[in-house]
Design a protein around this ligand. Structure first.
Ligand code: NAD
Ligand code: USQ
Length: 411
């Protein structure tokens, strides 16, 4: 298959590109390096050093003999998106290329606007490019379990059968997301579903849970193939953060009571799920949703699992929750569709956790303790982030030159 991986320089996009390449697919990657710019803006960097994309691709070719094509540009630029698709002519597009941090989207107005424009407009340009060029291209889009929120009933995979005043229909599952980032995914889902219905496109929306883990079979082959590992209060996700906190003697930062329950999955399963979606494509005109996670845990449970690795010698600190979210709630979400396609999950057992802690421990010299604390407050419309040195962020709206629309976070 010819697969174009959008966001192929990111935490998940890069290992996915390598995985698909090694499994015989012809792979191209697209990225605008926005993620590397957020690092500069926030004064943070990946725990594990990462090579630049061109070095990565060269190293992969040297090791495997396989070529990955690169396309550098921004999906919010319709011409770039269209030309990239026309040049690569993929059978399928895997779309990871969005601003993916909930806290980043809640910093202030400009970050919320940036997140929604980047994500929604990028996806809309992509839908148009597919519809104009080849409606047989299967779109595999990364959504999020957070689209559903935490309702007091079971969560289904995308759709819910509802009987109202004696009549029954199958309707999109109600969405109650918890950040402007998560909302951008909801808006994407509506746009994709509409494009499938209207233009006959085929799409799979992968409502993914929180990913943990770092090394994959391919990224482990050479340090220049490593993917990023975020641990800071804006981009670090909960379990990866807890591992870094544990190895540096920082208390594990459970927000509030810690009863927040989420679907989680190993990075190895992200790669497998994406390939399963690719090789079992949606039908013409079909918009389908797979809930992509393998198990669910509360935040407190995740902290305890990490602390147990240290025989309880790690402190768990219940800090005031900077977010607006339910700290205790019912949570039961269906996730059978990927299992039915053959997914064999890598579950969060102590050996998996030990491995992740080892990665964190090997690189703990790179940890900046000053960026661990959460610095974004949901209740505030303007979180002022202390940052190191010069701020260098380009928040570009479509049609605007980068130098004109640049927004900065104040010290
Ligand atoms: P990431 O930030 O590491 O990677 C995203 C990549 O997309 C970056 O390299 C970035 O530069 C690129 N990008 C962003 N906007 C772009 C644009 N307009 N044009 C071109 N490139 C652009 O994020 P990730 O953790 O790899 O997540 C990938 C996707 O998976 C995201 O859509 C995210 O919402 C989703 N997801 C991630 C997780 C997780 O735990 N990491 C969980 C659920 C869903
Ligand atoms: N949390 C803590 N302590 C921390 C960090 C987080 O208690 O130090 C809590 C949060 O309050 C939240 C939960 O852990 O209740 C998850 O937070 P997170 O930052 O790990 O994950 P989230 O913000 O939901 O976002 C991540 C990815 C996002 C993806 C989402 C999947 O960044 O791209 O969409 O996970 S899901 O959560 O299913 O929506």
């Amino acid at each position: 298959m010819k697969v174009l991986v959008l966001g192929g320089d990111g935490y998940l996009g890069w290992p996915t590109a390598l995985y698909l390449s090694r499994r015989g697919h012809q792979v191209g990657v697209v990225d605008n390096f926005a993620r590397r710019r957020y690092d500069k803006e926030l004064g943070v960097s990946s725990l594990v050093p990462i090579a630049d994309l061109h070095q990565r691709v060269r190293r992969w070719r040297d090791i495997s003999g396989l070529v990955i094509d690169t396309f550098i540009g921004d999906l919010t630029d319709p011409q770039f998106t269209s030309e990239t698709l026309a040049s690569f002519r993929p059978d399928a597009v895997v779309h990871f290329a969005e601003q993916r941090s909930a806290p980043y989207s809640m910093i202030d107005r400009s970050h919320a606007v940036y997140t929604q424009v980047n994500n929604v407009v990028g996806t809309l340009n992509l839908l148009y490019a597919i519809a104009e060029q080849d409606r047989n291209i299967h779109l595999v889009k990364l959504g999020t379990m957070g689209e559903y929120g935490t309702p007091n009933i079971d969560i289904e995979e995308g759709f819910l059968e509802i009987t109202h005043r004696g009549r029954t229909d199958i309707l999109p599952y109600p969405k109650q997301p918890g950040s402007f980032y998560h909302l951008s995914k909801v808006h994407d889902s509506h746009n994709i579903m509409f494009a499938c219905r209207t233009w006959g496109l085929s799409a799979t929306d992968l409502n993914q849970g929180i990913v943990y883990g770092h090394e994959t079979e391919e990224t482990g082959l050479h340090p220049e193939l490593a993917t990023r590992f975020d641990y800071d209060g804006v981009f670090g996700t909960v379990l990866n953060r807890f591992c870094v906190q544990a190895v540096t003697g920082h208390p594990l930062t459970v927000y509030g009571s810690g009863g927040q329950t989420r679907g989680v999955l190993n990075i190895l399963d992200t790669l497998a799920c994406v390939e399963l979606a690719l090789v079992n494509p949606a039908e013409t005109g079909e918009y389908r949703v797979f809930n992509q996670f393998t198990e669910s845990h509360s935040v407190s449970e995740m902290a305890t699992l990490v602390a147990d690795q240290y025989l309880g010698k790690v402190v768990i600190d219940h800090v005031t929750d900077p977010r607006v979210e339910q700290e205790e709630h019912y949570y039961r979400a269906a996730h059978t569709k990927l299992l039915d396609l053959g997914l064999v999950p890598h579950l969060l057992d102590p050996s998996v956790l030990r491995h992740l802690i080892d990665v964190a421990d090997r690189h703990k010299g790179n940890v900046d303790p000053g960026v661990i604390r959460s610095r974004v407050e949901w209740r505030s419309t303007s979180s002022h982030l202390p940052t190191d040195g010069e701020l260098d962020v380009t928040l570009r709206l479509p049609g605007e030159a980068p130098s004109v629309a640049g927004a900065t976070v104040e010290n």
